[in-house]
Design a binder for this molecule. Structure first.
Ligand SMILES: CC(C)(COP(=O)(O)OP(=O)(O)OC[C@H]1O[C@@H](n2cnc3c(N)ncnc32)[C@H](O)[C@@H]1OP(=O)(O)O)[C@@H](O)C(=O)NCCC(=O)NCCS
Length: 193
């Protein structure tokens, strides 16, 4: 590992956009993002009994203001500093050289190539600076947008994990497993509009 994730949150750039560290000022934007039905369904993070959405957003941001040995997280900001998404490399297993990537874009941020460019930028960081050999990406089989993003970012479809995850609708879904290797030659997606 070239960079120790527990030490430094490292900001990255792609075009006019930034992968930045979350701050408490992001809580309202995160509350709004959690209210989006697609994020609520496909990025079903852990909830605690009795916890309000605001409290959950505060906890979400706090968990992303520092990195840990098994997770690097960024929020995606546009040129005006607005939060338009998030990307995390989590489940990092340093000895194994593997990790998993996750993401969402706010409704306003979607469909402009921001997601693909953000995921590709984080992926290259995982390979070049964390020294990982392989990153995995899971999405529900029904989530076509996520599948297209994965393929656009060079994450090959490797199989279907049956009934492998309970999503925000409370149902167990089949998931596609995609994988990208550090050794794969992948052209970067175009910079977002
Ligand atoms: C999935 C998601 C991150 C895609 O982000 P995005 O910024 O809109 O994606 P991009 O604009 O970079 O597009 C990437 C690819 O996906 C395709 N795509 C984007 N939205 C799509 C949609 N709704 N349906 C089908 N394809 C779609 C694009 O056409 C592009 O493919 P192409 O280059 O082959 O044409 C975003 O839709 C989202 O956050 N959805 C809700 C939460 C979610 O699904 N999170 C992921 C959980 S695994």
């Amino acid at each position: 590992m070239v960079v120790e994730p527990s030490v430094l949150p490292i900001p990255l750039r792609f075009g006019a956009y930034a992968l930045d560290t979350a701050t408490p000022d992001d809580v309202d934007a995160v509350v709004a993002a959690f209210a989006d039905p697609d994020i609520a369904r496909w990025n079903n993070g852990p909830r605690r009994p009795g916890e309000t959405v605001h409290d959950r957003a505060v906890r979400w941001v706090a968990a992303r203001t520092a990195w840990s040995p098994d997770r690097c997280s960024w929020v995606v900001r546009d040129a005006d500093g607005r939060l338009v998404g998030q990307v995390s490399i989590h489940s990092i297993d340093d000895p194994a050289g593997t990790g998993e990537i996750g993401y969402w874009l706010t409704p306003d941020g979607r469909g402009r190539g921001i997601g693909a460019a953000a995921v590709d930028t984080a992926t290259r960081f995982g390979f070049d600076l964390l020294g990982l050999a392989r990153l995995e990406l899971f999405h529900a089989v029904e989530n076509e947008a996520s599948c297209r993003l994965a393929l656009r970012c060079g994450y090959l479809l490797e199989g279907t994990a049956r009934q492998s995850f309970v999503y925000g609708d409370g149902l167990r879904h089949d998931e596609h497993l995609h994988g990208r290797l550090a050794a794969d030659a992948v052209a970067p997606p175009p910079l977002p509009r």
